[in-house]
Design a protein around this ligand. Structure first.
Ligand code: ADE
Length: 235
């Protein structure tokens, strides 16, 4: 096993979906994977491997925030040979043009995290971006499924609760669609270790209006997004 994942070598597929919530990982495995087997319960951060439409695929919880997601992404790629990471998660809308339940693919991530500043000695503002091939496939899959997925930049924030909503407004002025908490780290680690990464999100709350989805709505829209991610992962 690696430091934080209890899988033996070969137990994790090369393609992995990463929800933040480990119970969402279990839900995906139960609803979509055939012959799913749980390979890790370390810290209750469940991981499962099975097949989806005949293709071997894993689903691994990442936890909340970039420190946690970084650990799982790093170990999946470096200790288990994973080459494709697709985050499936929720986001808060910053743009007035987004509605609750909309699906968003993050083409790149602005971030207030210090991780990349430390990585580049504070000298470079590194731009974490999605893998173009995965993004293109996801766009095609969404079109085929009739889901009007928005593609644009997001903010990967360190804090869920902010004291600076004015900065969210300014980011929206610069075209940033939504806020979540993991994509910048995922994209950076994938780039560093030659893997592919994409983040697909559904809007669970609206920062401008204060609206939020119910648990039932979140489950339904989560399924729509997961199906886009699954079809993208096996393409
Ligand atoms: N994920 C879902 N909603 C969010 C929000 N408002 N801020 C950060 N991450 C989120």
């Amino acid at each position: 096993m690696s430091t934080h994942i209890g899988a033996k070598p070969g137990e994790i597929a090369e393609r992995v979906l990463m929800p933040g919530d480990p119970l969402r990982a279990k839900w995906i495995a139960e609803h979509y994977l055939e012959d799913a087997k749980c390979y890790s319960t370390v810290r209750n951060m469940f991981g499962f491997t099975g097949t989806y439409q005949g293709v071997r695929l894993s689903v691994q919880g990442s936890g909340m925030g970039m420190p946690s997601a970084s650990i799982y992404a790093h170990e999946l790629v470096n200790e288990y040979g994973v080459d494709t990471l697709i985050r499936v998660g929720s986001c808060g809308a910053l743009s007035e043009s987004l509605k609750l339940r909309d699906v968003v693919a993050a083409i790149g991530s602005a971030t207030d995290s210090n991780m990349n500043r430390a990585r580049f000695d504070g000298l470079i503002d590194y731009a974490p971006v999605a893998d173009f091939g995965l993004l293109r496939t996801a766009v095609e899959v969404a079109e085929r499924r009739g889901v009007p997925m928005r593609v644009g930049p997001v903010l990967a924030a360190d804090a869920f609760y902010t004291d600076r909503p004015d900065l969210y407004d300014r980011l929206a002025d610069y075209g940033v669609l939504a806020v979540e908490m993991e994509s910048a780290a995922l994209y950076t680690i994938a780039a560093r270790f030659k893997a592919r990464a994409l983040t697909v999100l559904t809007v669970s709350d609206h920062i401008k209006t204060g609206e939020r989805t119910t648990a039932e709505e979140r489950e339904r829209t989560f399924a729509e997004m997961v199906e886009i991610a699954l079809d993208t992962a096996i393409a």
